[in-house]
Design a binder for this molecule. Structure first.
Ligand code: HEM
Length: 228
């Protein structure tokens, strides 16, 4: 335990924390997206999945784990950003600012905006504060009607627009995150570069397109709110 705490005190230790928590969060994003895609199969499929998740004995363990991983990711990112900023001499700071890519310069800002989206998203679908009139539907089997909540919710162009904008931002954040993760875990070898770039770009694109397809297909009228 002491060793772990000492490792966290070093820069490489904190980069490792970012890498491990980043991979776990991407795992969550993939499974969350696949789960949400049950909306394309209809009400029964999505409400069954949502009810199964809520009834699962490990729900609170998973929630606590996710919160810990997410908290570690945010706090470590902020501490690394403060450290990087303080370590740079004045001249280097100017030079590096010019050389840095758009994504690495704005990584902290995009991360904080994703955090803001997450708060809005929980207020929307988990607590039902954004569209409260859509939160209390119950289906024929007395389950929370997550399907109707989502389908009717995304019929509002402002809600859909805000999700699409957030997913593009998430893609921007993940694009940079994937590149620095690869550097941290030491795969940044010339011969692997192209393969790794294609792999991480494909994963990020799949997440952005997959997530955006849900609100956009609903807004375009491809998902029937009355479908069983
Ligand atoms: C278009 C994209 C997305 C859709 C349609 C969506 C949909 C949903 C829905 C319907 C719920 C509530 C489930 C329920 O109460 O049964 C939920 C919860 C949640 N979503 Fe999303 N989501 C999306 C993107 C995201 C993203 C990008 C993140 C993370 C950055 C995220 C993180 C969460 C979390 C943490 C919860 C709470 C899970 C819990 O209750 O334990 N979602 N989402």
């Amino acid at each position: 335990m002491n060793r772990l705490i000492r490792l966290f005190g070093t820069s490489i230790g904190r980069k490792l924390v970012m890498a491990v928590t980043g991979v776990l969060l991407i795992g969550f994003l993939i499974s969350h997206m696949l789960g949400n895609m049950t909306v394309f199969q209809g009400q029964e499929s999505m409400n069954y999945y949502a009810a199964w998740l809520k009834k699962h004995p490990f729900l609170w363990v998973a929630r606590a784990g996710l919160l810990t991983i997410f908290g570690l990711h945010v706090v470590t990112a902020i501490s690394l950003a403060i450290e990087n900023n303080a370590a740079r001499p004045e001249g280097y700071r100017k030079k590096s600012a010019v050389a840095a890519t758009l994504s690495s310069r704005y990584i902290v800002v995009s991360g904080l905006l994703v955090l803001a989206f997450l708060i809005y998203h929980l207020a929307h679908f988990t607590f039902g504060w954004v569209q409260p009139d859509l939160y209390h539907f119950v289906d024929e089997k007395a389950r929370h009607d997550v399907y109707r909540m989502v389908v009717l919710g995304f019929q509002n162009p402002i809600v859909t627009g805000s999700y699409v904008a957030a997913m593009l931002l998430l893609g921007f954040h993940l694009h940079h995150g994937a590149r620095s993760l690869v550097q941290t875990i030491g795969l940044n070898h010339e011969s692997y570069n192209t393969l790794i770039r294609i792999g991480s770009n494909t994963l990020v694109a799949a997440l952005v397109i997959g997530n955006c397809s849900i609100p956009l297909m609903i807004l375009a009228g491809f998902v029937d709110p009355a479908a069983k």
